[in-house]
Unconditional design. Structure first.
Length: 313
């Protein structure tokens, strides 16, 4: 992967990167994926192509997509709990046999220029840099001075908007909210590998604009601070402009939409999600209520950050 320089990125100003909404032009509030299920239950699709990728002997989904893909986590604020969570997730992907080889962590470039006064933050950042080498994931520092100069606050959505030009090397990138807990790396790979992806808009390819697994949702960086907890991003060069297409998974599609879910997800099939993303309480800390995965997450995250006490974050 080649990291574009800040001067190169600056030539692609925020308004130039456009989000294609798809045929339905779905615009919904940023909500938990669990709560989106009822909205999509009524949708119908031609699923003949979906059935064709089932293994006739095992009934399991087989690998369909081949290409250059990556996982993404990002933070606009240096929260130690979320930083250590990312390390733990990418460590398990590295050790758990994930087919997706590229893993990215995006953050404001200012983190590399300013020494934190909080010793816990400082240690978490130090662990992040060491882990990126050990577990082979890419650190993507993004120059955010344009956002700051224009008087905007730093948010995850603005960070993604300014940094998404980095994804042109990939067919698709799957963002997963941190903090979270990875339970099965190979199961999570199915979100990218086993259903047709929208990718670049092509009139002759129905999956690019009417997709059973992926529903178009634009990135509204100026209006919303957060990003949907699971977000598929495809960035393509389109003549004189850059096209960024963004989608969320159809959570009504059982066996797919529940591969990544919140901690209070109802396990209809009795299986845990492959990835569990967390929410925050009113104090900005990770919500522990109804979160049966919290203790395991806390232990794994602390282990990769030298035993840091993350309870205050």
């Amino acid at each position: 992967m080649v990291l574009l320089t800040s001067s190169t990125v600056a030539t692609f100003l925020i308004p130039v990167i456009t989000c294609q909404h798809g045929v339905r032009n779905i615009e919904r509030d940023f909500r938990s994926l669990d709560s989106m299920q009822a909205d999509y239950e009524h949708m119908t699709y031609d699923t003949n192509k979906e059935q064709s990728i089932l293994d006739p002997e095992t009934g399991e989904l087989s690998t369909l997509n081949q290409g250059n893909f990556a996982y993404l986590q990002l933070l606009s604020e240096p929260n130690p709990a979320s930083i250590c969570s990312t390390i733990a997730i990418y460590k398990k992907m590295f050790e758990g046999g994930s087919t997706i080889q590229d893993r990215l962590f995006m953050y404001p470039q200012e983190w590399d220029l300013i020494t934190p006064t909080d010793p816990v933050v400082s240690q978490a950042l130090s662990s992040l840099r060491e882990a990126s080498v050990q577990y082979k994931f890419w650190l993507l520092p993004i120059d955010m001075h344009l956002v700051i100069q224009q008087g905007y606050s730093l948010t995850d959505s603005k960070l993604l908007r300014l940094g998404e030009i980095q994804f042109m090397a990939y067919d698709s990138v799957l963002y997963l909210r941190t903090p979270g807990l990875l339970l099965d790396a190979q199961e999570l790979d199915k979100m990218i590998l086993t259903r047709p992806l929208p990718m670049k808009y092509e009139p002759t390819r129905q999956e690019s604009y009417r997709n059973a697994a992926w529903i178009g949702m634009p990135l509204r960086a100026h209006n919303e601070a957060k990003i949907p907890p699971v977000y598929l991003i495809s960035v393509n060069s389109m003549r004189n402009r850059v096209e960024a297409r963004t989608h969320v998974p159809n959570v009504a599609l059982r066996g797919f939409g529940d591969l990544a879910a919140g901690p209070n997800f109802v396990k209809v099939t009795g299986k845990d999600p492959a990835y569990v993303f967390f929410d925050w309480d009113e104090d900005g800390r990770i919500q522990q209520e109804n979160n049966t995965y919290y203790d395991r997450w806390r232990q794994e995250s602390a282990n990769v950050c030298g035993g840091l006490d993350l309870s205050l974050y």
